[in-house]
Write a protein that binds this ligand. Structure first.
Ligand SMILES: [Fe+2]
Length: 384
């Protein structure tokens, strides 16, 4: 039996994990007279999370409005529209019910509602996030980590931009395994791949530390153990509980160690084709970078990936072996995709590489090795 618990997951965030943990967050809802709930299209309702939140708000006598329609890879104009609805309602706080896209939209809305401005100005750093209204994030996937981190990723034009601010941390994050039991099979896999690469990149970036390495070892172990169970039986709440915990740890890991080349390349690809799910993009291109990370940090990579292949040793030449172990694990849970599944052609790769080398250069520079854009172009061609 798994227990409910709370931890201080960021300087501002109380994270609660476990079934019906939201019942223990009434203290937060009671602080406000008017609250806006930000959601995606269906999952808030289907998961049961929206019903639970509405019930608590009604019991607390808090007025609320539901502002829906957030789509994956959300764009700046959508954030402006939602922020306008939230502001007109006079909300003092936001409840974000969804995955990373919904939570990131709520984060940026919280800045716009507090101080005005447009989403594009914040994302292009023409304006700094100074103040926000409080957010409670109910997480409906086990990958993003956005419920405990200070980042918001929003698409402007065809570029996925990321901003960071201490003011963007949610005050409360809710990880209830019941809410992710309805996560579709492909999302279950994609979001877990996201958590895996948050772990691997945070443990190998130039900002990595023994702390992010320790987190990464735990995260990879949890995903390797529980993702096969969740794929086999979506209603396995114990598996969902540990996958949620792993993804929150991964959010904490990237808050400390950041992500680097795999995320930079994925953002370049989904900038060109927003229909490419973030985790799918990472799963397609991520393993290709494992030998590079292994060469740069053999003992770290051996430590965190040994659960996938117990024979891995901290020797540079084991990088290829580690890559195969990761690919085999992904195949074992049913992930075997290529870029052409999403309609990519060679010319799309040129555009993706241009985005990586220009607007995403700051992320690529966090990698523990030199990044050659021509080499990346060839790597992408191999998974087309
Ligand atoms: Fe990610």
């Amino acid at each position: 039996m798994v227990e409910r618990f709370w931890i201080k997951a960021s300087p501002r965030t109380w994270l609660g994990v476990g079934e019906r943990i939201i019942d223990e967050a009434r203290w937060w809802f009671r602080k406000f007279d008017r609250v806006a709930i930000v959601t995606g299209r269906r999952s808030a309702k289907v998961s049961g999370a929206l019903d639970d939140v509405e019930k608590i708000l009604e019991e607390c006598g808090t007025k609320y409005v539901v502002v829906g329609g957030v789509v994956p890879n959300p764009y700046a104009e959508l954030v402006d529209r939602i922020a306008g609805d939230v502001w007109r309602f006079g909300a003092e706080a936001l409840v974000a019910i969804g995955g990373g896209s919904v939570i990131d939209v709520a984060k940026l809305c919280s800045a716009i509602v507090a101080r005005g401005g447009r989403a594009e100005d914040y994302m292009k750093r023409r304006r700094v996030v100074e103040e926000t209204i409080p957010i409670l994030a109910v997480n409906l996937t086990h990958g993003t980590g956005s419920e405990v981190d200070k980042y918001a990723v929003i698409t402007v034009g065809n570029e996925k931009l990321s901003i960071a601010s201490e003011a963007l941390y949610p005050e409360v994050a809710i990880d209830d395994p019941r809410y992710v039991a309805t996560l579709p099979r492909n999302q279950t896999i994609y979001t877990s791949i996201d958590a895996l690469f948050h772990a691997i990149e945070a443990a190998t970036s130039i900002q990595a530390s023994p702390f992010t390495e320790m987190l990464a070892e735990t995260i990879v172990k949890l995903v390797a153990t529980y993702l096969p169970r969740a794929v086999e039986n979506p209603k396995d709440l114990e598996a969902r509980y540990w996958l949620l915990y792993a993804s929150s740890l991964a959010g904490i890991a990237i808050d400390h160690g950041r992500v680097h080349i795999v995320h930079a390349v994925e953002h370049g690809l989904s900038g060109v084709k927003p229909e490419l799910p973030h985790g799918a993009g990472l799963g397609i291109v991520g393993p290709l970078f494992v030998p590079y990370m292994y060469r740069a940090k053999p003992s770290t990579m051996a430590r965190i990936l040994r659960v996938l292949d117990p024979e891995l040793e901290p020797r540079e030449e084991h990088g290829e072996r580690a890559m195969r172990a990761l690919i085999n694990f992904l195949k074992s849970v049913g992930f075997d995709e290529r870029l052409s599944n999403y309609g990519f052609t060679s010319s799309d790769l040129d555009e993706a590489c241009r985005i990586v080398s220009t607007s995403l250069g700051y992320l690529a520079r966090l990698a523990p090795f030199e990044v050659d854009i021509e080499e990346i172009r060839k790597m992408l061609q191999s998974v087309l």
